[in-house]
Design a protein around this ligand. Sequence first.
Ligand SMILES: [Zn+2]
Length: 235
Amino acid sequence: AAIARAGVEASPRYGATETGTVGYGCLAPETSDDLHLYHDLRALIQAGADGAAAGLPPRALLYSTLRLRAPLVLLNASLGDQGTIVQWACGCPLERLGWTTHLHTIRSFEKLTSGGMAFLDTVVIRVLEEALPARFGGGPTDYQLVEDESSEGQPRLRLLVHPVVGPLDEAAVADVFLKAIGPGSGVERLMGLLWREAGFIRVERQPPRATASGKIRHLHVERHAAAGLSSASPS
Ligand SMILES: [Zn+2]
């Protein structure tokens, strides 16, 4: 939404390191993330009702590679995203090239699990992208939640706010964040209150971290080196 407001047209490209590019933005899109699926490079199915046994929602997207030279061989692999697959005649040039399958409304179904509570990624992202900028200023990439551990190994959340946003009341930011991710009277709200009491979330003024490819993710996980390196290293 922020990109469209700036008068710029964005064309999405969707993919992951594991899959390569999955699809390219339709030039006559029906939704903001309407993509033409490169069905010649990989097969895509949805988990359907059987997915429940593997903990997958019915619209979970499962990829299989079709090309011999694919960097990774995947067989019905999930990236943690769900979406809608449709055939429709958009009339754009990509359709005329033969890519007639559309993929849209792609959303993560994974949850942020921290401090004993799971929040849907989509809810947390909406708060970081919309609620916080609306209240405190800045844009969608100025806020980032970093999950890491304290020196005692306790999970901890840090909410990074880019310094360009200007001076603000850090306690108020934490407060608005916790209220926004846990509205209503349910268990989320209770956890939000507990988190606030425990000082589990800390607001820090520093630029959000970008990945190696320069992408800013809303949720960034930092693990202390010891565990990760020893198991991953082949030596
Ligand atoms: Zn199209």
